[in-house]
Design a protein around this ligand. Structure first.
Ligand SMILES: C[S@@+](CC[C@H](N)C(=O)[O-])C[C@H]1O[C@@H](n2cnc3c(N)ncnc32)[C@H](O)[C@@H]1O
Length: 201
């Protein structure tokens, strides 16, 4: 199915890119994880209740809507760019009718991921190379702080995993690489998912 056909099926608009207008902003631009990559990931990796997914830097919400529609579990997206966040909210409105039979909530939060208070029920954390390593380190610290307060297995899913992200997880954290899922028929070596889990995840 094409990207636009997928968007239509979910009743959302997520195609395109948005750069930050201010060149001093170090955060990365909006572009969505390709649907064919999400299909490949979830051909190999299942989510089920009571899983709860947070997409750090969710953009217009593609991953959130895809996961919610496919697994019917709660999803949260955090987005800093006010225009992009508004588009995620518009998508939620558009998707409402199609998702009315799904009880689990979709939630979007506007703000910096660094400030997101990880919920004790959040256990899957998704990143598509959204920001510099310093921010990723801060978010990983917040996740581990939440796990220290409310012990549970947690999983980090990286799409297009940059080496500075994997280094942070592999040095001095309880995360271990659990799976590598390559996106089929793609030659870019980074077009893959790495799944890291803590014990029991
Ligand atoms: C590459 S896009 C990924 C979008 C979505 N996760 C997906 O895979 O379809 C990264 C997004 O992260 C957002 N972002 C970057 N830095 C952020 C920050 N510090 N806090 C919240 N959002 C941020 C950008 O505005 C952009 O929309």
């Amino acid at each position: 199915m094409s990207e636009s056909a997928y968007d239509r099926a979910l009743g959302i608009k997520t195609i395109g890119v948005r750069d930050w207008q201010d060149p001093s902003v170090a955060y990365h631009r909006y572009e969505a994880t390709p649907y064919r990559a999400l299909d490949e990931l979830f051909r190999h990796y299942e989510l089920r209740e009571p899983d709860q997914v947070v997409d750090f830097g969710c953009g217009r919400g593609r991953v959130a809507f895809y996961v919610h529609n496919r697994f019917r579990i709660p999803v949260t997206g955090i987005e800093a760019n006010p225009l992009t966040y508004e588009e995620a909210l518009q998508n939620k409105q558009r998707n409402k009718q199609r998702a009315k039979h799904i009880k689990a909530p979709i939630r979007f939060v506007q703000g910096l991921v660094e400030h997101y208070q990880v919920e004790p029920t959040d256990n899957h954390f998704y990143f598509f190379n959204p920001f510099p390593a310093t921010v990723f380190q801060q978010v990983v610290n917040n996740i581990l702080q939440s796990v220290a307060e409310n012990p549970r297995p947690v999983t980090v899913i990286l799409y297009y995993p940059m080496p500075h992200y994997t280094r942070i997880l592999e040095e001095n954290t309880p995360f271990a690489l659990k799976a590598e899922i390559k996106v089929a028929k793609v030659h870019d070596a980074l077009e893959k998912f790495l799944i890291y889990s803590t014990k029991g995840g």
